[in-house]
Design a protein around this ligand. Sequence first.
Ligand code: NAD
Length: 480
Amino acid sequence: MYNPATGQRTAEVTLATEAEVADAVRVASAAATDWSRTSLARRVGLMFRLRELVSGHQSELAALITREHGKVRSDALGEVARGLECVEFACGIPTLLRGEYSAEASGGIDVHTVARPLGVVAGITPFNFPVMVPLWMLANAVACGNTFVLKPSEKDPSASLLLAELVARGLPEGVVNVLQGDAPAVTGLLEHPDVAAVSFVGSTPVARHIYEAGTRAGKRVQALGGAKNHMVVLPDADLGAAANAAINAGYGSAGERCMAISVVVAVGSVADPLVDAIAARIPDVVIGPGDQEASMMGPLITAEHRDRVRSYVAGAAGGGATVVVDGSRPPAAAVASGGGDTGGFFLGCSLVDQVRPGMRVYDDEIFGPVLAVVRVDSYDEAVALVNANPYGNGVALFTRDGGAARQFQRDIQVGMVGINVPIPVPVAWHSFGGWKASLFGDSPIYGPEGIRFYTRPQVVTSRWPDPTPEAIDLGFPMNR
Ligand code: NAD
């Protein structure tokens, strides 16, 4: 494991063996019955306690994120805050699980539906949100009465250990368990007969594999994958606001967000001034270690990933695009402040114009600070481009025209839509999920969909003895 701002090796992660996976599931299974029978009133109290614990340690959690992921402190604090929202949502679990009741559904018969927990559920999370994504899952999973095994990314695992410590102070033993590991640990969870459901967030090829393997093993699976998010800018848009949004959403967190904007779609006459406005702002982005106050963009996660991102910029001109700003060489000051010439995994911001589908820089999820600009002639062409993309995570439209915005919402085949909002991550009481290759399975994550995912309905039809004498009747029960 590295500190990406210095390139120094900081720690080693011991990867779980098969026996340790089995142990974690055994502990979670042993806690499952008692936890599922714990009253809602008590569960709410414990969720409020967890909320206080996470809230009281935001600063330490953010520091761990910055040290291992590299993102700047304000971004890390934002991540923790968005994770905390999910714990707050889960504090409302009595209302969320209230169920349904039909009195006198048939003569003397009442019917009610209860949402029952699944048992042991597993969560597998990516490197880019080491606190928020685990909280997307675990808050609802345990509030619904399940026990949870978290397998965080092996690239930045320390924040999950602090989360585990906080959970241990708030919740009974075995309700939340953290297992460090990589692909074999995931396979162990997918194949374990006592794991009822799996939530996964990560890249599309792995998400597809998790969905297929998990469902083959008879589990309920939600697998959120990668993205290629477009920001469509109509000619009437506020140019300054659109350029700022492209910078913030394209280069924030060094482009390592699944909701990052990676393609700006410039419609008609807006293209030249928009490209100029974005290029003019790039020198203002201060790149440096995430723990320095002035830094706006930190390093990438590993040297290997930095080199992969750089290869897209290097190859863009050969593919027919125009490299307007080449960030392959990060500013010298960033490199020096990160620990000298051999140090951190920094890159500058890149802007590539005249991009088209079929070019690598357009087709692949780059997951780095590279903004591609595709020029189109019309609104219809912009919509067709976005809808033809295999991913469908997020999209944004920038315009001053309410009618066009309303039309766009109906035309666009993407799960999360921002209107003059470049990163439309839904609040915790709505649910998060893309379409197409950005989500495998039926269920988006957190919010009301999260509650549905972590429970199954049980319908009880009941009749209590009453003075009416019963006769023998072998016919199929009919409602009367
Ligand atoms: P990744 O797919 O490499 O890893 C995600 C998790 O899967 C990690 O815990 C990892 O240990 C595990 N894993 C990796 N390879 C595996 C394999 N072959 N079999 C089983 N498990 C395996 O993703 P990452 O690089 O950590 O994260 C970045 C990716 O995640 C990007 O593609 C990004 O778009 C995506 N992401 C998506 C969302 C979303 O909500 N849709 C959110 C955050 C990140």
